[in-house]
Design a protein around this ligand. Sequence first.
Ligand SMILES: C[S@@+](CC[C@H](N)C(=O)[O-])C[C@H]1O[C@@H](n2cnc3c(N)ncnc32)[C@H](O)[C@@H]1O
Length: 399
Amino acid sequence: MNILSLFDGMSCGQLALKRLNISYDNYYASEIDKPAIKITQKNFPSTIQLGDIKKLSSADLKSLPKINLIMGGSPCQGFSFGGKGLNFDDPRSKLFFEFARVLKEINPKYFLLENVRMNIKSQDIISNMLEVEPIKINSSLVSAQNRVRLYWTNIPVDKILEDKCMILEDILEKDVDLKYLAGEKLQREYKGGNQLNPKFKSQCNTIYNRDGKFGTLCAGTHGYSFGYVSDGALINKSTTKNGKAYALTCSYSGAVAWNSIERQQRTMIPVCKSNNKDNPNVIDGYYYRKLTPIECERLQTVPDNYTEGVSNTQRYKMLGNGWTIDIISHILQGILMTENKTIKLESFGEILEFADSLGWIDTYGDATKGNWNPTEADACEDSALDFIESKGYTINLEN
Ligand SMILES: C[S@@+](CC[C@H](N)C(=O)[O-])C[C@H]1O[C@@H](n2cnc3c(N)ncnc32)[C@H](O)[C@@H]1O
């Protein structure tokens, strides 16, 4: 199997394939952002980088082996319309048409296009060209982030995606470096409410509850622009939507309109700290901090430290640009359903780990928390195996 990933970023597509244990012969990536390419090559050294999509000629595409899957998330919010018609040359429209051009020339068995919500006119143009309607999914089902995205695909997607009921508290790091604290002046002047600076209502100024969800991560060019969280205590004021954080979004080139919902949804979280040197247990104020890159990775269900190796600014940007891996793997799972893949599992631990990676919810207890009942081991294994099979795998149990 050969894969072509357009606008590959930090190769979230490849992470999703790995999560599903889908092996492939070659993974071709079209990407122009150097830090993103660096992270892809660090994690997946055999990725074949093809560069700028606009420079991929027909001859270049013909020289590739048979491609089975094309996927990508083109950096566009919608199309630009000049007069009554579509402005094909406008950069806001152009990159989607590059995706469509490559898709048409290669004509793979499967494709997947991800994008933000957009006006219905733009959405219909994409749907007409790709001949499928998009599926709308909120990443909040699998993570502590609210991130609604549209997915156009011809892969048969399982409509059922169980809510993992994750909240911010589940993904926060302990003992976070003080460098992540919001500016002292900003905190001193804070008057309550869900905006740290009441004069500037936006997601990057929003305080998020630890018992809720975070906002949409976005790819701000100036680094961190998501919002704050408290360090230590629950804050009662609810600043989140249905307990979820808003999605990480991308703000470069004004991609997120200043007064848009996406922009307002950028977030921060509260930090509780003591100023009492004699008794640090006395909490005398709430302090707010930004999310760390690892926490942003967790919001995107990306493994910890995957993006390590570039500046924090670049890490935040590529995570805001990136995909929620568990959503992409849920979609790509449909390929397994069609192709009926065999998975070799050698131990009880491996079975549980693989079922878990596919979204299985273990209700049988946890040995590390002291509530594991060994007499239920068989039932637990059966449940995990059934779940794996329900996702289209044939299981080969090796002892
Ligand atoms: C929305 S992000 C997609 C991120 C990706 N899905 C991931 O897994 O990280 C869009 C990406 O398109 C890239 N891009 C922009 N113009 C491009 C071009 N002409 N050719 C290839 N990639 C481009 C950007 O650098 C950015 O990483």
